[in-house]
Write a protein that binds this ligand. Sequence first.
Ligand SMILES: [Zn+2]
Length: 279
Amino acid sequence: MENNPCIICVAITGSVPTKQNNPAVPISIAEQIESTHESFEVGASIAHCHVRNDDGSTSSDPEKFASLKEGLEKHCKGMILQFSTGGRSGAGLERGSMLSLSPDMASLSVGSNNFPTRVYENPPDLVNWLAKEMLKYNVKPEIEAFDLSHIFQAVKMQKDGCLKDPLHIQFVMGVKNAMPVDKQVFDFYVKTVKRLSPNATWCGAGIGANQIVLNEWSIKAGGHTRTGLEDNIRLDKDNLAPSNAALVKRATELCNKYNRPVASWQQARKILQLPLKNN
Ligand SMILES: [Zn+2]
């Protein structure tokens, strides 16, 4: 990998933050397209997407995902589109109802853990069904590792033929009641991925004030990273982030600090072994 470019993923909306928390959180499809476009222009090459209803409540409506996909393909040509199948936007099979749209990628949780106020349930039958749908519609999963066991489970699923090789694994740290932000655990995650699945790619995401911490650890350690208003609405203790693009910019500055070129969408597609589109 020449110069080891860093892929920046922008998680634009999520299921939790509201306009009351930060007016820059994009809720309507039009706002999402605009916010993603700004982020794309400053260096994000993956857009991690959830959709919302007009009142801001969570949704997993495939029609909304379809219009978002259409808008992003038009305005952010080449950008990698990643849809969430996370459990905050729907229940059971609803969570995979948008996979038939064949986005480039989708998030996939392969095990359960606690979330701030509840259990984040990912029972094996649901996980296997989501993985099968991703194979069927040629969607590359991003494994959400909220725990060390999730890395082992992803590798096992890949060996069993339920997930394609190479894996892309994201370490999520700092969700309340789940894995805290801990450097030794982070280093062990990286080591474990390299040991169990040497050709896997990996990415780090931190929640709240720890977003920048995980950005820095991941960039420094040669991985990829995620930013955006889904995980964090502030620039620092006193200031709200003015946009998703401002958070992307912050990650690109860390790339400069550690001599990591920011991956273009073409480089990101190559690194993740996704097809280059003719556009
Ligand atoms: Zn998400």
